[in-house]
Design a protein around this ligand. Structure first.
Ligand code: GLP
Length: 252
């Protein structure tokens, strides 16, 4: 079943952070999956604020990020790792050796990817996976056309995504051409999923994702089949949905 929450732009990040906070309060040693991107910046800061303001305790959680650019290091400000540190990890009481990240510089990528999957399994699987979405429907770096049965692996980044990320990297030519990413199957194994989208640029793809056919051409559409999906949208991202008028809707 899908739970759909449409928030005022001013409430978007707090609404999303509160869902993760609830998960942590309910299960302090939760295994959480995080996603970088412009969508999650303020959401991460809101989570950090819950730690500072209310003492939300991150000390027992384990954290896995979805993906990383290939060929850039954790010291690089554009890396997913660096941004997670800056936005969240540096500001909370997370236990350092419970932070797991795919290493974009690993020499043996196959080994890096299979070890990541094994580590998730050893900890009992991801309890709550946060996802953003690309304008082309990608989740993590699983671009359109990705088979649904894929695991963690190295991938080519789609042209559309390279264009979308040119601002972050300063120019299109600076955007890495490859990423290392959890697969669609790895994501679908999470016990619950929180999909976040904001802004008018996401309205069309959100409509296709939630109400269109489940197809590998829209990787995020597989989420329709997940038993525990919560979607938080701002009004703009929800503007093409039939349920747009209601603030909370459920689609069974
Ligand atoms: C990147 C990441 C995705 C993320 C997406 C959305 O491609 N690999 O995990 O969901 O960007 O980014 P944004 O939130 O900036 O739109």
């Amino acid at each position: 079943m899908m739970k759909l929450i449409t928030a005022e732009p001013s409430d978007f990040d707090r609404t999303a952070a509160e869902i993760v906070a609830e998960q942590i309060r309910h299960k302090p040693d939760s295994v959480l999956g995080f996603a970088t991107g412009s969508t999650t910046v303020q959401f991460h800061r809101e989570l950090a604020a819950l730690h500072v303001r209310e003492g939300l305790d991150f000390s027992l959680i384990s954290s896995f990020n979805l993906d990383e650019y290939r060929g850039i290091s954790a010291a690089d400000p554009e890396s997913c790792r660096y941004r997670m540190e800056e936005q969240l990890f540096a500001k909370i009481n997370i236990t350092r050796n419970r932070i797991y990240f795919l290493d974009g510089l690993a020499e043996d990528m196959d080994q890096e990817c299979s070890e990541y999957e094994r580590q998730i399994e050893r900890l009992g699987g991801i309890d709550l996976q946060v996802l953003g979405i690309g304008t082309n429907g990608h989740i993590a770096f699983n671009e359109p056309g990705t088979p649904f049965h894929t695991d963690t692996r190295v991938v080519d980044i789609a042209k559309q995504t390279i264009q979308d990320k040119s601002l972050l990297f300063g120019s299109e030519s600076n955007v890495p051409r490859q990423g290392v990413t959890m697969g669609i199957r790895s994501i679908m194994h999470a016990k619950s999923i929180l999909l976040l989208a904001k802004g008018a640029a996401k309205a069309g793809i959100i409509h296709q994702t939630l109400y269109g056919p489940v197809t590998e051409q829209v990787p995020a559409s597989i989420l329709q089949l997940h038993p525990q999906l919560t979607v938080v949208l701002d009004k703009e991202a929800a503007s093409e949905l039939p349920l747009h008028a209601s603030s909370i809707g459920e689609k069974g």
